[in-house]
Write a new protein. Structure first.
Length: 219
């Protein structure tokens, strides 16, 4: 048998089959790891989704150097299309997971009433809020303990007054209330774990300032 005959009978494979095999192996290993070690963060699998395109491109380039031993038919093109689509979907999920702006996910306990607002969370990603009625002279006492990720807090009044804005806080907090009204506490967690508590401490309101007396006529 000549060399040309050996090349002619060499089996061909469709483009994308190698990349598909790598993706299946990686996905299976990730699922197995999530079952055996639930505490392990597997978000890196989503973040590695662009490697699907890298592997598919590398497979195409190496097949071109190998003398055309890869078959480019409609099934191969369909397989490439599915791999590219899967990479884009996984990338979108990874972006949403990383930025956390479009969904709320939490594993927490929450308690809120007219005097306090508390949350204890193993995982908090998203937004939550509560409104307290505070009187002039009250003190809003807070305690924030963040063990992972970060927590952003904004406190604003019904009249538009902002006591805290875009503040990344940790530890003890104390805010004196200068005006009676409804105050909203808005918290934004980014894949955070920890706890926080805000509580109204009643105070003695300082006396209202008397309006200035009108000048006597004819003075």
């Amino acid at each position: 048998m000549t060399a040309s005959e050996t090349t002619a009978v060499r089996p061909q494979r469709r483009v994308g089959t190698f990349t598909l095999g790598v993706v299946l192996v990686a996905a299976g290993c990730g699922m197995l790891a999530s079952l055996l070690w639930p505490q392990v963060e597997i978000g890196w699998l989503l973040k590695a989704s662009p490697l699907i395109l890298v592997a598919l491109g590398a497979e195409t380039l190496f097949s071109a150097r190998g003398g055309g031993r890869v078959k480019y038919d409609w099934l191969g093109m369909l397989l490439c299309f599915l791999l590219v689509g899967a990479a884009m979907v996984f990338y979108a999920a990874a972006w949403a997971y990383e930025n956390g702006e479009f969904f709320n996910a939490s594993n927490c306990s929450r308690y809120a009433d007219e005097t306090c607002y508390r949350m204890d969370y193993e995982f908090f990603n998203g937004f939550d809020s509560h409104t307290l009625r505070l009187n002039r002279g009250d003190v809003l006492e807070g305690r924030i303990d963040t063990y992972g990720g970060w927590l952003e807090v904004e406190i604003s009044g019904g009249d538009g007054e902002t006591l805290l804005e875009d503040a990344v806080l940790n530890g003890d907090q104390s805010l004196e209330i200068a005006r009676t009204g409804d105050y909203t506490i808005l918290v934004h967690g980014r894949r955070t774990s920890g706890e926080f508590a805000f509580e109204r401490v009643p105070g003695v309101a300082p006396p209202e300032e008397a309006p200035p007396a009108e000048a006597e006529e004819g003075a």
